[in-house]
Ligand binder design. Structure first.
Ligand SMILES: [Zn+2]
Length: 119
């Protein structure tokens, strides 16, 4: 059973919906040079389960290195909302802290992936 969760950046310019069974499952941090500076907790979704509701004009795109992954953030408030994954470009990882009303997960529920070796 999946449910639709509403989410957005801090200022509200960017809003998205995420279809998922358990927002606390499959959470990860990444130790690559970008993610470690962002310090975010992410959750991967099949791209069809991610819907940008509004704010496309307010998204900035950041790409680096091989320019496969596409990292999006709100150009008004600076909050990273999601990115298209390099290790599987059919997936979108979302910033789990963008979900409306989410309790921040315990560190025990968060895997750390070795993106550093992917740099
Ligand atoms: Zn914003």
């Amino acid at each position: 059973m999946t449910a639709t969760y509403q989410a957005g950046c801090h200022c509200g310019a960017v809003r998205f919906a995420a279809e998922m069974a358990d927002p606390k499952a499959e959470l990860y941090r990444c130790n690559c040079s970008l993610c470690r500076k962002k310090g975010i907790i992410m959750k991967p979704l099949p791209q069809d389960d991610f819907t940008l509701l509004h704010g496309e004009d307010h998204l900035s795109l950041y790409q680096w290195n091989k320019k496969i992954a596409a990292h999006y953030f709100c150009k008004i408030c600076g909050v990273y909302t999601h990115h298209r994954r390099r290790r599987d470009p059919t997936q979108i990882s979302i910033n789990i802290a963008c979900l409306d009303g989410i309790d921040m997960p315990s560190e025990d529920d968060i895997a750390v992936i070795n993106g550093l070796e992917h740099d």
